[in-house]
Design a protein around this ligand. Structure first.
Ligand SMILES: [Zn+2]
Length: 349
Protein backbone atom coordinates (compact mmCIF):
# COMPACT_ATOMS: atom_id res chain seq x y z
CA UNK A 1 0.00 0.00 0.00
CA UNK A 2 1.01 3.64 -0.33
CA UNK A 3 1.91 5.94 2.54
CA UNK A 4 2.99 9.57 2.75
CA UNK A 5 6.28 9.47 4.64
CA UNK A 6 9.10 11.80 5.63
CA UNK A 7 12.37 11.90 7.56
CA UNK A 8 11.81 14.04 10.69
CA UNK A 9 14.03 17.12 10.95
CA UNK A 10 15.10 16.79 7.30
CA UNK A 11 13.61 19.15 4.75
CA UNK A 12 12.59 17.90 1.30
CA UNK A 13 12.09 14.25 2.29
CA UNK A 14 8.30 14.08 2.10
CA UNK A 15 7.05 11.60 -0.50
CA UNK A 16 4.64 8.80 -1.30
CA UNK A 17 6.21 5.38 -0.88
CA UNK A 18 5.17 1.74 -0.98
CA UNK A 19 5.10 0.24 2.53
CA UNK A 20 3.93 -3.13 3.95
CA UNK A 21 0.23 -3.42 4.74
CA UNK A 22 -0.44 -2.85 8.46
CA UNK A 23 -1.66 -5.84 10.49
CA UNK A 24 -4.00 -5.06 13.38
CA UNK A 25 -2.84 -6.36 16.75
CA UNK A 26 -5.21 -7.54 19.49
CA UNK A 27 -7.71 -4.80 20.33
CA UNK A 28 -6.98 -2.87 17.17
CA UNK A 29 -9.07 -1.80 14.19
CA UNK A 30 -7.88 -2.12 10.61
CA UNK A 31 -9.04 1.02 8.82
CA UNK A 32 -9.27 2.06 5.17
CA UNK A 33 -7.86 5.59 5.09
CA UNK A 34 -10.31 7.95 3.39
CA UNK A 35 -8.78 11.38 3.88
CA UNK A 36 -6.07 13.23 5.77
CA UNK A 37 -6.27 16.87 6.82
CA UNK A 38 -3.12 18.99 6.54
CA UNK A 39 -2.36 21.79 9.00
CA UNK A 40 0.48 24.08 9.99
CA UNK A 41 2.06 21.35 12.11
CA UNK A 42 2.32 19.07 9.04
CA UNK A 43 3.89 21.88 7.02
CA UNK A 44 6.45 22.46 9.80
CA UNK A 45 7.19 18.72 9.96
CA UNK A 46 7.64 18.57 6.18
CA UNK A 47 9.92 21.61 6.37
CA UNK A 48 12.17 19.70 8.79
CA UNK A 49 11.52 22.01 11.74
CA UNK A 50 10.88 19.17 14.23
CA UNK A 51 9.51 15.64 14.46
CA UNK A 52 10.62 12.39 16.10
CA UNK A 53 10.70 9.06 14.18
CA UNK A 54 9.71 5.78 15.85
CA UNK A 55 12.72 4.29 17.73
CA UNK A 56 15.17 2.61 15.35
CA UNK A 57 13.60 4.12 12.23
CA UNK A 58 14.55 6.94 9.90
CA UNK A 59 11.31 7.55 7.99
CA UNK A 60 7.80 7.74 9.40
CA UNK A 61 4.28 8.23 8.07
CA UNK A 62 2.95 11.76 8.49
CA UNK A 63 -0.60 12.79 9.38
CA UNK A 64 -2.67 13.35 12.51
CA UNK A 65 -5.99 14.67 11.09
CA UNK A 66 -7.35 11.21 10.32
CA UNK A 67 -10.50 9.84 8.77
CA UNK A 68 -11.28 6.32 7.64
CA UNK A 69 -13.70 3.42 7.38
CA UNK A 70 -13.33 0.28 9.50
CA UNK A 71 -12.34 -2.83 7.52
CA UNK A 72 -11.83 -5.21 10.46
CA UNK A 73 -12.85 -4.87 14.11
CA UNK A 74 -12.39 -7.18 17.10
CA UNK A 75 -15.64 -8.86 18.25
CA UNK A 76 -17.34 -7.05 21.12
CA UNK A 77 -15.32 -3.88 20.54
CA UNK A 78 -18.35 -1.73 19.70
CA UNK A 79 -16.94 -1.17 16.20
CA UNK A 80 -17.95 -2.97 13.01
CA UNK A 81 -16.75 -3.01 9.40
CA UNK A 82 -18.16 0.03 7.58
CA UNK A 83 -18.07 2.35 10.61
CA UNK A 84 -16.57 5.77 9.94
CA UNK A 85 -13.80 6.50 12.45
CA UNK A 86 -11.17 9.01 13.49
CA UNK A 87 -8.07 8.11 15.48
CA UNK A 88 -6.90 10.11 18.49
CA UNK A 89 -3.48 11.75 17.99
CA UNK A 90 -1.73 11.51 21.35
CA UNK A 91 -0.90 8.47 23.51
CA UNK A 92 0.05 8.59 27.21
CA UNK A 93 3.69 8.71 28.21
CA UNK A 94 5.04 5.26 29.19
CA UNK A 95 5.52 6.17 32.86
CA UNK A 96 2.61 7.35 32.91
CA UNK A 97 2.42 10.68 34.70
CA UNK A 98 -0.66 11.15 36.87
CA UNK A 99 -2.53 13.14 34.20
CA UNK A 100 -1.89 10.44 31.58
CA UNK A 101 -2.87 7.77 34.13
CA UNK A 102 -6.26 9.47 34.28
CA UNK A 103 -6.68 9.46 30.48
CA UNK A 104 -5.84 13.15 30.34
CA UNK A 105 -2.80 12.72 28.11
CA UNK A 106 -3.54 16.11 26.53
CA UNK A 107 -2.43 17.50 29.91
CA UNK A 108 0.72 15.31 30.17
CA UNK A 109 3.12 16.62 32.80
CA UNK A 110 6.42 15.09 31.70
CA UNK A 111 6.30 15.64 27.92
CA UNK A 112 7.10 11.99 27.17
CA UNK A 113 3.78 11.36 25.42
CA UNK A 114 3.85 10.09 21.83
CA UNK A 115 1.76 11.34 18.89
CA UNK A 116 0.62 9.71 15.65
CA UNK A 117 2.39 11.37 12.72
CA UNK A 118 4.44 13.73 14.90
CA UNK A 119 6.28 12.00 17.73
CA UNK A 120 7.52 8.38 17.61
CA UNK A 121 4.35 6.86 16.10
CA UNK A 122 3.42 6.48 12.43
CA UNK A 123 0.68 8.86 11.36
CA UNK A 124 -2.58 8.28 9.57
CA UNK A 125 -1.39 9.32 6.08
CA UNK A 126 -1.62 5.88 4.48
CA UNK A 127 -4.13 3.89 2.44
CA UNK A 128 -4.70 1.60 5.43
CA UNK A 129 -3.89 2.10 9.08
CA UNK A 130 -4.53 0.52 12.44
CA UNK A 131 -5.70 2.10 15.67
CA UNK A 132 -6.43 0.79 19.15
CA UNK A 133 -10.19 0.63 19.75
CA UNK A 134 -9.70 2.77 22.88
CA UNK A 135 -8.24 5.58 20.76
CA UNK A 136 -10.85 5.56 17.97
CA UNK A 137 -14.08 7.55 17.77
CA UNK A 138 -17.04 6.44 15.70
CA UNK A 139 -18.63 9.13 13.53
CA UNK A 140 -22.20 9.82 12.46
CA UNK A 141 -22.68 8.66 8.83
CA UNK A 142 -23.71 12.29 8.05
CA UNK A 143 -20.00 13.18 8.36
CA UNK A 144 -19.13 10.92 5.40
CA UNK A 145 -16.97 13.57 3.68
CA UNK A 146 -16.16 15.69 6.73
CA UNK A 147 -14.41 13.39 9.20
CA UNK A 148 -11.05 15.15 8.80
CA UNK A 149 -12.54 18.10 10.66
CA UNK A 150 -12.92 16.08 13.87
CA UNK A 151 -9.27 16.46 14.94
CA UNK A 152 -9.18 20.28 14.65
CA UNK A 153 -12.65 20.35 16.24
CA UNK A 154 -11.32 18.23 19.13
CA UNK A 155 -8.80 20.96 19.96
CA UNK A 156 -11.67 23.44 19.96
CA UNK A 157 -13.93 21.15 22.02
CA UNK A 158 -11.18 20.97 24.66
CA UNK A 159 -10.85 24.76 24.62
CA UNK A 160 -14.59 25.13 25.23
CA UNK A 161 -14.58 22.49 27.99
CA UNK A 162 -11.85 24.41 29.79
CA UNK A 163 -13.54 27.78 29.23
CA UNK A 164 -16.68 26.37 30.84
CA UNK A 165 -14.71 24.88 33.75
CA UNK A 166 -13.06 28.24 34.37
CA UNK A 167 -16.34 30.12 33.98
CA UNK A 168 -18.06 27.88 36.50
CA UNK A 169 -15.78 29.16 39.29
CA UNK A 170 -18.52 31.80 39.72
CA UNK A 171 -21.77 33.01 38.15
CA UNK A 172 -21.31 32.42 34.42
CA UNK A 173 -23.77 33.35 31.71
CA UNK A 174 -21.54 34.63 28.89
CA UNK A 175 -23.19 36.70 26.16
CA UNK A 176 -20.46 37.36 23.62
CA UNK A 177 -17.45 35.65 22.06
CA UNK A 178 -14.62 37.11 20.01
CA UNK A 179 -12.48 34.75 17.95
CA UNK A 180 -9.24 36.09 16.49
CA UNK A 181 -8.15 34.25 13.34
CA UNK A 182 -10.55 32.73 10.80
CA UNK A 183 -8.57 29.60 9.96
CA UNK A 184 -10.01 26.14 10.66
CA UNK A 185 -9.51 26.44 14.45
CA UNK A 186 -11.00 29.94 14.63
CA UNK A 187 -13.99 29.08 12.45
CA UNK A 188 -14.69 25.87 14.38
CA UNK A 189 -14.37 27.82 17.65
CA UNK A 190 -16.96 30.26 16.28
CA UNK A 191 -19.23 27.36 15.30
CA UNK A 192 -19.09 25.88 18.82
CA UNK A 193 -19.73 29.37 20.21
CA UNK A 194 -22.88 29.68 18.10
CA UNK A 195 -23.96 26.21 19.24
CA UNK A 196 -23.79 27.65 22.78
CA UNK A 197 -26.06 30.53 21.78
CA UNK A 198 -23.37 33.22 22.01
CA UNK A 199 -23.15 36.43 20.01
CA UNK A 200 -20.08 35.64 17.89
CA UNK A 201 -17.51 38.04 16.44
CA UNK A 202 -14.58 36.91 14.31
CA UNK A 203 -11.53 39.07 13.54
CA UNK A 204 -9.17 38.22 10.68
CA UNK A 205 -6.88 40.13 8.33
CA UNK A 206 -8.73 38.90 5.20
CA UNK A 207 -10.93 41.75 3.96
CA UNK A 208 -13.08 39.67 1.63
CA UNK A 209 -13.69 36.18 0.31
CA UNK A 210 -14.72 32.93 1.94
CA UNK A 211 -13.89 33.79 5.57
CA UNK A 212 -16.37 36.68 5.89
CA UNK A 213 -18.97 34.56 4.08
CA UNK A 214 -18.51 31.62 6.43
CA UNK A 215 -18.81 33.84 9.51
CA UNK A 216 -21.95 35.51 8.13
CA UNK A 217 -23.44 32.10 7.31
CA UNK A 218 -22.98 31.15 10.98
CA UNK A 219 -24.89 34.22 12.05
CA UNK A 220 -21.72 35.83 13.35
CA UNK A 221 -20.21 39.28 12.73
CA UNK A 222 -16.98 39.48 10.76
CA UNK A 223 -14.35 42.17 11.39
CA UNK A 224 -11.44 42.67 8.98
CA UNK A 225 -8.38 44.00 10.78
CA UNK A 226 -5.43 43.20 13.02
CA UNK A 227 -6.27 45.04 16.24
CA UNK A 228 -8.78 44.61 19.07
CA UNK A 229 -9.27 48.39 19.35
CA UNK A 230 -12.84 48.17 17.89
CA UNK A 231 -13.80 45.94 20.85
CA UNK A 232 -12.52 48.25 23.59
CA UNK A 233 -15.99 49.73 24.27
CA UNK A 234 -18.24 46.66 24.07
CA UNK A 235 -15.89 44.03 25.42
CA UNK A 236 -16.49 40.33 24.81
CA UNK A 237 -16.96 37.91 27.71
CA UNK A 238 -14.75 35.30 26.05
CA UNK A 239 -11.88 35.66 23.58
CA UNK A 240 -10.47 32.64 21.76
CA UNK A 241 -7.12 33.73 20.28
CA UNK A 242 -6.23 31.49 17.33
CA UNK A 243 -3.58 33.50 15.47
CA UNK A 244 -0.61 33.41 17.85
CA UNK A 245 0.11 37.02 16.86
CA UNK A 246 1.89 38.53 19.87
CA UNK A 247 0.15 41.90 19.61
CA UNK A 248 -3.31 40.26 19.61
CA UNK A 249 -2.37 38.04 22.55
CA UNK A 250 -1.42 41.11 24.58
CA UNK A 251 -4.49 43.08 23.52
CA UNK A 252 -6.79 40.15 24.30
CA UNK A 253 -5.70 40.07 27.94
CA UNK A 254 -7.02 43.61 28.46
CA UNK A 255 -10.04 43.57 26.14
CA UNK A 256 -12.47 41.26 27.95
CA UNK A 257 -15.52 42.20 30.00
CA UNK A 258 -15.10 41.75 33.78
CA UNK A 259 -14.52 38.07 34.75
CA UNK A 260 -13.47 37.59 31.15
CA UNK A 261 -11.75 34.50 29.83
CA UNK A 262 -8.99 34.55 27.23
CA UNK A 263 -8.17 31.20 25.67
CA UNK A 264 -4.85 31.16 23.84
CA UNK A 265 -5.00 28.47 21.15
CA UNK A 266 -2.52 29.82 18.58
CA UNK A 267 1.25 29.41 18.55
CA UNK A 268 3.51 32.44 18.30
CA UNK A 269 6.77 32.17 16.37
CA UNK A 270 8.74 33.96 19.10
CA UNK A 271 11.61 36.34 18.57
CA UNK A 272 9.43 39.45 18.30
CA UNK A 273 9.32 41.86 21.19
CA UNK A 274 6.46 44.16 22.15
CA UNK A 275 6.57 47.14 24.48
CA UNK A 276 3.90 46.62 27.10
CA UNK A 277 2.73 48.26 30.30
CA UNK A 278 2.90 45.13 32.43
CA UNK A 279 1.44 46.96 35.43
CA UNK A 280 -1.62 48.00 33.44
CA UNK A 281 -2.16 44.42 32.19
CA UNK A 282 -1.84 43.16 35.75
CA UNK A 283 -4.32 45.76 37.06
CA UNK A 284 -6.91 44.81 34.43
CA UNK A 285 -6.60 41.10 35.12
CA UNK A 286 -6.68 41.43 38.92
CA UNK A 287 -9.39 44.08 39.19
CA UNK A 288 -11.67 42.21 36.76
CA UNK A 289 -11.04 38.64 37.96
CA UNK A 290 -9.93 37.79 34.43
CA UNK A 291 -8.33 34.52 33.35
CA UNK A 292 -5.94 33.92 30.46
CA UNK A 293 -5.05 30.30 29.76
CA UNK A 294 -3.40 28.21 27.07
CA UNK A 295 -4.65 25.00 25.50
CA UNK A 296 -3.26 22.40 23.12
CA UNK A 297 -4.16 18.91 21.92
CA UNK A 298 -7.17 16.84 23.03
CA UNK A 299 -8.04 13.57 24.74
CA UNK A 300 -10.60 10.90 23.81
CA UNK A 301 -13.43 12.79 25.55
CA UNK A 302 -12.76 15.88 23.42
CA UNK A 303 -12.72 13.84 20.20
CA UNK A 304 -16.13 12.43 21.13
CA UNK A 305 -17.44 15.93 21.90
CA UNK A 306 -16.06 17.19 18.57
CA UNK A 307 -17.72 14.37 16.63
CA UNK A 308 -21.02 15.23 18.31
CA UNK A 309 -20.68 18.97 17.66
CA UNK A 310 -19.93 18.42 13.97
CA UNK A 311 -22.82 15.97 13.58
CA UNK A 312 -25.14 18.72 14.89
CA UNK A 313 -23.71 21.38 12.55
CA UNK A 314 -24.82 22.30 9.03
CA UNK A 315 -22.88 19.87 6.83
CA UNK A 316 -22.98 22.32 3.90
CA UNK A 317 -21.19 24.93 6.05
CA UNK A 318 -18.60 22.37 7.20
CA UNK A 319 -18.02 21.28 3.59
CA UNK A 320 -17.07 24.86 2.68
CA UNK A 321 -14.22 24.77 5.23
CA UNK A 322 -12.49 22.20 3.03
CA UNK A 323 -11.28 24.44 0.23
CA UNK A 324 -9.02 21.96 -1.58
CA UNK A 325 -8.90 18.17 -1.97
CA UNK A 326 -5.71 16.67 -3.40
CA UNK A 327 -5.19 13.04 -4.49
CA UNK A 328 -2.43 11.13 -2.66
CA UNK A 329 -0.16 11.09 -5.73
CA UNK A 330 -0.13 14.91 -5.65
CA UNK A 331 0.19 15.09 -1.85
CA UNK A 332 3.06 17.60 -2.03
CA UNK A 333 0.61 20.18 -3.43
CA UNK A 334 -1.33 20.03 -0.15
CA UNK A 335 1.71 21.37 1.71
CA UNK A 336 1.87 24.59 -0.30
CA UNK A 337 0.50 27.55 1.55
CA UNK A 338 -2.34 29.22 -0.31
CA UNK A 339 -5.36 31.12 0.93
CA UNK A 340 -7.02 27.83 1.81
CA UNK A 341 -9.02 27.26 4.95
CA UNK A 342 -8.46 23.48 5.08
CA UNK A 343 -6.60 21.27 2.57
CA UNK A 344 -7.27 17.53 2.52
CA UNK A 345 -5.40 14.63 0.92
CA UNK A 346 -7.71 11.95 -0.48
CA UNK A 347 -6.47 8.49 0.51
CA UNK A 348 -9.24 6.28 -0.83
CA UNK A 349 -12.98 5.94 -1.21
ZN1 LIG B 1 2.01 12.04 30.89
Amino acid sequence: MRALTFVPCTEGTLGVEEVPDPRPGPGELLVQGLALGICGTDRELAAGEYGWPPPGRERMTIGHESFGRVLEAPGGSGFAPGDLVVGVVRRPDPEPCRACAHGEFDMCRNGRYTERGIKELDGYGSERWTVETGYAVKLDPALASLGVLVEPASVVAKAWEHIEHIGSRGWFEPRSLLVTGAGPIGLLAALLGRQRGLEVHVLDRAAEGLKPELVAALGGTYHAGDSLEPFSKDRPDIIIEATGAGSLVLEAMTTTAPAGIVCLAGLSPGGRTHRVDAGQINREIVLENDVTFGTVNANLRHFAAAAQALAQADSGWLERLITRRVPLEHAADAFERGDDVKVVIELGS
